[in-house]
Design a binder for this molecule. Structure first.
Ligand SMILES: Nc1ncnc2c1ncn2[C@@H]1O[C@H](COP(=O)(O)OP(=O)(O)OP(=O)(O)O)[C@@H](O)[C@H]1O
Ligand SMILES: [Mg+2]
Length: 267
């Protein structure tokens, strides 16, 4: 669907624009960790947040990368044991708010903290949502992409209602779009109608330039700065910032009482 790729693109634009970003790899596959830290040995990383037996200093978990503006807390197979998908199991684990305090502490040092979530909706996903300001959902313009989206939207609503009323949906972004495939164009139109302003206007095409940059372990904006792929990545970032600003402004207006909260609805 492009979760990891979206983090990779955003981190690349951050580097280009001299904005500090931290990537939290919450996926046991550790894909973005391997791209950013080619020599990563699989030692302690984001698993430390869930394991009370690990008493690691936050600063010791953060690794520098060869990109001056991109830091990472890597993910490894040790996350597997926290991939609890049964709600009864993760609720009783007492770990769902494990990321809240560490992220609050880390946020003072970064413009962006990006949480790359695993494919399964599990304790890790819930913990990520509980500690985030925004949720962004990348999806493919295809039947299975849309099905996965329904699950994550339900999860989002659950977290917002039960744990974290400040969580906002930044939007859904279509990735790997192939314009020549007619069904994808039809699907894109349907998605935009269905989700309205929750759908990003930016659509990320399926391009070999993206794959090449991933293979070469260099964010596309640094790898091929003048390419169409980089241009789209910048547009994506501009829209992301615009959306975040708008949602923050609405939140601040609500706090100041300028907008009355609609009764019975959660914004
Ligand atoms: N727009 C794109 N154009 C070309 N290749 C892409 C694009 N987006 C993603 N990819 C490639 O598709 C593959 C899957 O993408 P990605 O790893 O981002 O998905 P994911 O949602 O993180 O998957 P998982 O659920 O397994 O973590 C990767 O090899 C990535 O480099
Ligand atoms: Mg991934």
């Amino acid at each position: 669907m492009g979760k990891t790729h979206a983090c990779w693109l955003i981190a690349g634009v951050c580097q280009e624009q001299n904005r500090k970003c931290l990537v939290l790899d919450l996926d046991k596959q550790g894909n973005i960790s391997t791209s950013l830290l080619p020599n990563f040995d699989g030692s302690v990383g984001t698993d430390a947040f869930f394991n009370p037996a690990i008493d690691a200093d936050l600063s010791a978990l953060v690794r520098k990368t060869t990109f001056s503006c991109i830091d990472v807390i890597p993910g490894s197979f040790s996350l597997e044991r926290y991939n609890l998908t049964d709600p009864a199991q993760w609720k009783s684990s007492g770990l769902v708010e494990s990321l809240v305090d560490p992220l609050r502490e880390l946020s003072v040092s970064y413009d962006y903290i990006l949480l790359d979530c695993p494919a399964d909706i599990s304790l890790i996903t819930y913990a990520a949502l509980c500690a985030s300001d925004f949720l962004m959902i990348p999806l493919e313009a295809a039947q299975w992409g849309a099905l996965g989206t329904q699950h994550i939207l339900k999860t989002y609503e659950h977290v917002r209602d039960q744990y974290h009323s400040g969580l906002k949906l930044l939007g859904l972004v279509v990735n790997r779009f192939k314009r020549k495939r007619k069904y994808q164009t039809a699907y894109l139109k349907q998605l935009q109608e269905r989700f309205g302003s929750d759908a990003f206007e930016t659509v990320i095409p399926d391009l070999s330039t993206y794959e090449q940059a991933v293979t070469d372990r260099i964010p596309v904006n640094l790898h091929s700065p003048h390419s169409h792929a980089s241009h789209v990545a910048r547009e994506f970032f501009v829209e992301l910032e615009r959306r975040a600003e708008r949602l923050r402004a609405v939140r601040d207006d609500r706090r100041r009482g300028r907008i009355r909260e609609p009764v019975g609805a959660v914004a």
